[in-house]
Design a protein around this ligand. Structure first.
Ligand code: SAH
Length: 254
């Protein structure tokens, strides 16, 4: 089958498939886990709850993610849930004798986010029974969260959260750098930084912290210190203000 090549981001290309889920709360929590990470396509295969989308526990645990819950698609079989996909991933804590290639969540997320032509599905099993061997064998990959080997079975919605998080991290790339959050001023130019070093050196000589006849490594060390900070113009101005004040005070008391 020739599927059209899509270049959309993983947020549009990835669906979360929950197979035969028993607890409506897990469906609601899974919707919330997905939405916090920017995903929205939820498919329920033969849920073992009547009216899962109207269930009070599901709605309560979805919290602000009711839109994901309301838009969830309900289908009777895994084949229907996977229609239109070309890469499906079985989620299981248990290795299987006949299993597709096994990935860790992070490696899988990298594969999914870099494969722009992948229409992907992550398939999660029932809380008690997990996925059947037959369901696992339908998939192209098996992912196990490398948990405590003595107690490796995660809550369904928590398994969804881990995969959604890894897929988000892999997809955002550079945009996820935390330093981009919060106040950020203009970076100082090299002229501004050089002017500051000259000024600071004068002030340090003035207060006799730096001996010009024996400067040792003070200025190179200060340069190294500031080189690690990505100085902003405002910060250069503050340091120059301090240097000015050191020189003035010293001259006043000479
Ligand atoms: N008792 C079941 C576990 C069900 S937990 C079993 O033995 O399979 C519900 C679902 O969460 C699982 O079917 C699986 O899709 C997912 N899950 C739980 N722990 C996981 C883990 N460590 N790695 C990958 N998926 C996991």
């Amino acid at each position: 089958m020739n599927l059209p090549v899509q270049t959309t981001s993983l947020f549009q290309r990835l669906r979360f498939v929950l197979v035969e889920t028993s607890r409506p709360g897990n469906i609601g929590s899974a919707a919330r886990a997905m939405k916090t990470m920017g995903f929205s396509q939820l498919v329920l295969v033969n849920p073992r709850v009547a009216q899962p989308l109207q269930d009070a526990e599901a709605i309560a645990l979805a919290s602000g993610a009711n839109d994901v819950l309301e838009n969830a698609r309900i289908v009777a079989t895994l084949d229907e849930a996977l229609a239109g996909c070309n890469f499906s991933v079985a989620m299981s804590a248990r290795p299987r004798e006949f299993s597709p290639p096994v990935f860790e969540p992070r490696a899988l997320a990298t594969t999914l986010s870099s494969g722009a032509d992948l229409q992907a599905a992550l398939v999660f099993g029932n809380e008690r029974f997990g996925l059947s061997n037959e369901q696992v064998e339908k998939c192209n990959a098996l992912v196990s969260v490398p948990a405590n080997p003595d107690y490796s079975s995660l809550n369904l919605a928590q398994a969804v959260q881990i995969l959604a998080y890894e897929c988000r991290m892999a997809s955002l790339g550079d945009e996820r750098v935390p330093s981009a959050i919060g106040f950020k001023g203009d970076l100082a130019s090299s002229e501004q930084v050089e002017g500051m070093f000259t000024h600071l050196e004068q002030a340090l000589i003035e207060i006799e912290f730096l001996d010009p006849d024996s400067p040792k490594k003070l200025m190179p060390r200060l340069r190294r210190l500031f080189a690690r900070t990505a100085l902003e113009t405002e910060e250069v101005n503050i340091l120059r203000g301090m240097a000015t004040q050191m020189i003035h005070r010293r001259q006043r008391f000479k």
